[in-house]
Write a protein that binds this ligand. Structure first.
Ligand SMILES: [Zn+2]
Length: 89
């Protein structure tokens, strides 16, 4: 999905998956921290939200973020059992 936004994340009730495209670090961000930027009616695209994240490993702002389909998916994705990241070619 390319039209995900902060409101989508809120409705899903999952963490936001954030991938550092520089070093490959994967992290899950609590949706309430994301919502702090605009609330549940926030229509800011997730692609815009991703630009705000600076990687804690390599200190570079080069993140890709997406809303996972389920919490289970997010946990598996973080453990890198899933090699495919939606939306990343
Ligand atoms: Zn990084």
């Amino acid at each position: 999905m390319n039209n995900e936004n902060v409101h989508t994340l809120y409705m899903h009730g999952t963490d936001l998956c954030v991938l550092c495209q520089t070093c490959g670090r994967r992290s899950l961000v609590d949706p309430y921290k994301v919502n702090a930027w605009g609330g549940k009616g926030d229509m800011t695209p997730i692609s815009e939200v991703a630009k705000r994240f600076k990687c804690t490993t390599c200190n570079v702002k080069n993140s890709y973020a997406f809303v996972p389909p389920t919490k289970e998916f997010a946990e598996r994705w973080r453990r890198v059992d899933i090699t495919e990241t939606p939306g990343v070619e």
